[in-house]
Design a protein around this ligand. Structure first.
Ligand code: AMP
Ligand code: MG
Length: 396
């Protein structure tokens, strides 16, 4: 059986970054910038007043100095003339600083009588002017790839771009397999259970930026599986994910179905717990991932394999789940022959990040998964651990 690292590398080898498309800035949140974006102007585009007050040539001005007010500049309405010694222009925040002026005296520090002001306080260091290009100049560029945040959208807007080139969202088809499965809200027979893990996977895909499409549940027949795989391909999926039927029991039909479909398999089974029956492959440009059916196994494999594939398809650089280090709150016995991704809860603690593994680690326990906020990695044949020992965790 191959290791998790090897399986992750093989999965990533099945996907490429998708093409770029132009989207409206208002639709660009969370999308991945496809190419570096250069500013079309300086910001601010002119030296601008940072306060309401009076623009002057500060020179020797001291408390008691007087200035003649000769004009007014407001945001969107600059004043064209030149400010000479002993002169002032009434100015408001965001207005271009007129020619000749070297500072803005805030209005609280003067008294005004008619068209004359008198400085009532000593000048401080702050000249209350934002120089042209203080935020960015037209040589500034935003590097790609980059998942766009709300602040990025404001920055791109200030750079005077209305559209932005982002990578296409990969299309991911989700196929639940099993005679026992029923969608939630139905009327289950005595032998039936609800298809649940597909809802977690769909949400994880949406959060990561993929377009997920849930296909009808495929019963455990070759005909149903073949037809559903064909439906997923017809929809134009970039990644086709099956859930369940991945082992080698009589009812585990996925591996032979992928063979019939013409998928070149890159691996089947990995040294991991939960998730041993995982398989992956490709047919042309379409990647296939066969997840185990147990709800926790499917979700854990989703975090470790499917989401990295999606991030790769989005053109992102760091695609693997980020690892953190935490201190155990309780001892753990020796690890086994497969890497164990235990459901656990971590908190930042006062002195150090702390993590507690749940007692119940069965791969069908959704209540435990719902309480977990990380996976705690026990590497293959890991030595027993004491409370306080450092372990690797992956926030989920
Ligand atoms: P399988 O991988 O098909 O052998 O399924 C393993 C276990 O997971 C069985 O108990 C299935 O009933 C259950 N299971 C399979 N698919 C799903 C699903 N989509 N949602 C919830 N449980 C499932
Ligand atoms: Mg099954």
């Amino acid at each position: 059986m191959i290791s998790v690292d090897t399986a992750q590398a093989l999965c990533l080898g099945l996907v490429r970054a998708g093409p770029a498309e132009d989207v409206d800035l208002a639709q660009a949140l969370g999308r991945v910038l496809a190419t570096p974006l250069t500013a079309k102007r300086d910001q601010p585009p002119f030296s601008a007043s940072a306060m309401d007050g009076y623009a002057v040539q500060s020179g020797q001005a001291t408390t008691g100095s007087t200035f003649d007010v000769i004009g007014e500049a407001a945001a969107g309405h600059g004043w064209d003339g030149h400010v000479g010694p002993g002169q002032a222009v009434r100015i408001f925040t965001g207005a271009p600083v007129p020619d000749g002026a070297t500072r803005v005296i805030i209005q609280e520090n003067v008294t005004r009588i008619g068209d004359q002001i008198t400085l009532t306080e000593p000048l401080k260091d702050n000249i209350n002017i934002r120089p042209q290009g203080a935020d960015f100049t037209r040589t500034f560029s935003l590097d790609a790839p980059r998942a766009l945040t709300p602040a990025d959208l404001a920055l791109i807007a200030a750079m005077n771009h209305a559209n932005v080139a982002v990578t296409r969202r990969p299309k991911v088809a989700l196929i639940s397999t099993g005679d026992e499965l029923l969608m939630p809200g139905g009327d289950p027979g005595p032998d039936q259970i609800i298809a649940s893990n597909v809802f977690a996977l769909q949400a994880m895909l949406a959060q990561t930026g993929a377009k997920a499409h849930v296909l009808p549940i495929a019963p455990d027949t070759t005909e149903a599986l073949d037809a559903t795989l064909a439906q997923a391909a017809d929809w134009g999926a970039d990644i086709i994910v099956t859930i369940g039927g991945a082992s080698v029991g009589d009812h585990d039909l996925v591996a032979p179905a992928l063979d019939r479909f013409g998928v070149t398999r890159s691996f089947h089974k990995i040294a991991m717990r939960p998730g041993k029956p995982l398989m992956a492959g490709a047919k042309g440009d379409v990647a296939f991932l066969g997840l185990p059916g147990n709800p926790v196994s499917a979700v854990v494999c989703g975090h470790l394999f499917l989401l990295p594939m999606v991030r790769r398809a989005l053109g992102l650089g760091d695609v693997l789940p980020p690892a953190l280090t935490a201190r155990l709150t309780a001892p753990l016995p020796a690890g086994g022959p497969r890497a164990h991704y235990m459901r656990a809860r971590f908190d930042e603690g006062d002195a150090a990040r702390q993590v507690t593994a749940f007692d119940r680690q069965d791969s069908s326990m959704l209540t435990v998964l719902a309480e977990a906020n990380c996976l705690l990695l026990r590497p293959i044949d890991d030595a027993p651990k004491a409370a306080g020992d450092a372990v690797t965790i992956y926030p989920i």
